[in-house]
Design a protein around this ligand. Structure first.
Ligand code: DSN
Length: 420
């Protein structure tokens, strides 16, 4: 049963309530390994499902365009204060609706259409909004892109520096969506300084690891930091922009009135709760466990003959390269899903297959860590993945169903926030 209970919704709209119950049960019974997903706490669920959704609050605390902000202002101030304290920054804006709008606000604050901007290419592990051609950021700016080395899947800082010196970008984005290694923010900052660019750290994937001390912080290196709040940070779906005082005003103006209307106050409250949780010692334990689990899983997968991009992981994420298995990422992700293991197919650097059926599968350990799994279960997880890949190659659905039952049996012993 969903927690908090859906008693009234079940009466008012049984069809919808049934779908929500179904999704909650699915989340309970599945080994959720999409690297960008997690389980929020019941406290975060409660805060986001409140009357705060009823309220319009264009503007910022103390400077709103609508009356009735007696409780909304302190809620947003609390979220801001907690973001500043957890990440050690001068300024935080907690209003961006999600990661892509947050990054758009960065462009609006720091550049003009047509300016040169630089980011990691999407197939190398970057994000759409770091200048990839199909994104507005690739269409409206002159985007130049850096890659990773073919030999070891790591960022080639000589190449980053060469491109930066040649192209003189206004903004350099560091970070991405499929980077299994520690991001060297000081090295990026050195290059940005040399070409007089603003370094932006997009820490969406690793924000929780940074908050918990399991990944180095970009603070003091990147002038602007952008993050979502729902990945390793374990808050509701939303985003934040953080910076030194120098960029504070421009970022705020870009978010509102530049790009958005009223902030989603129920989300702001959920972010405040999640940041409160992230400041506790238990969160540090969780963040380090996420990394320990990913390392243990990477080792167990390598032992079972899998190739991993960059040969392993330093964070929460593993990129399986299935090239040597003569099967694509898409059929494997589908087979894993039937086996109760939720992942996503993903391009690998220098992929020879098409983006809709690439050679990789991305795995992450944040959600299973929140459920309470530790290193001791990772060989079992690797075993299931290995059996599911073999079953996908042989088209053996019975094996996938057997694995799904084993997954359900294991997870029955690990409570899920939001389900009882
Ligand atoms: N969709 C996110 C991810 O899965 O990494 C990035 O925006």
């Amino acid at each position: 049963m969903h927690v908090p209970a859906l008693n009234v919704l079940t009466q008012a709209d049984p069809e919808l309530a049934g779908l929500i119950q179904g999704e909650a049960e699915r989340q309970h019974d599945t080994l959720r390994m999409i690297a960008s997903e997690n389980y929020v706490s019941q406290a975060v669920l409660e805060a986001t499902g409140t009357v705060l959704t009823n309220k319009y609050s264009e503007g910022y605390p103390g400077k709103r365009y609508y009356e009735g902000q007696k409780f909304i202002d302190p809620i947003e101030e609390l979220a801001i204060a907690r973001a500043k304290s957890v990440f050690g920054v001068d300024h935080a804006n907690v209003q961006p609706y999600s990661g892509s709008p947050a990054n758009l606000a960065v462009y609006m604050a720091l550049a003009k259409p047509g300016d040169t901007i630089m980011g990691m290419a999407l197939p190398m592990g970057g994000h759409l909004t770091h200048g990839w051609s199909v994104s507005a950021t690739g269409a409206w700016f002159r985007a130049v892109q850096y890659t990773v080395r073919r030999e070891d899947g790591r960022i080639d800082f000589d190449e980053v520096r060469d491109i930066a010196l040649r192209e003189r970008p206004k903004i350099i984005f560091s970070g991405g969506t499929a980077i299994p290694r520690t991001i060297d923010f000081p090295r990026f900052a050195e290059i940005a300084r040399e070409v007089d660019a603003v370094l932006v750290a997009d820490i969406a994937h690793i924000a929780g690891l940074i908050a918990g001390g399991a990944h180095p912080s970009p603070v003091g290196h990147a002038e602007v930091i952008s993050t979502t709040t729902h990945k390793t940070l374990r808050g509701p779906r939303g985003a934040m922009l953080m910076s030194d005082e120098k960029h504070a005003k421009a970022l705020d103006k870009a978010v509102f009135p530049g790009l958005q209307g009223g902030p989603h106050n129920h989300t702001t409250a959920g972010i405040a709760v999640a940041l409160g949780e992230a400041s506790k010692p238990e969160f540090r334990t969780y963040a380090h466990q996420v990394v320990a689990n990913a390392r243990a899983l990477a080792d167990a997968l390598i032992e079972r003959g899998f190739d991993l991009v960059s040969g392993g992981t330093d964070n929460h994420l593993i990129l399986l390269d299935l090239t040597s298995k003569s099967i694509g990422g898409k059929p494997v992700a589908r087979a894993l899903d039937r086996a109760g293991i939720e992942t996503n197919y993903n391009t690998v650097p220098y992929d020879t297959r098409k983006p809709f059926d690439p050679s990789g599968v991305r795995l992450g350990t944040p959600a299973l860590t929140t459920r309470g799994l530790t290193e001791s279960q990772m060989p079992q997880v690797a075993d299931w993945i290995s059996r599911a890949v073999d079953a996908a190659i042989k088209d053996d659905e019975a094996v996938l169903d057997t694995i799904a039952a084993e997954v359900r049996e294991l997870l029955a012993g690990y409570p899920m926030p939001g389900w009882h």
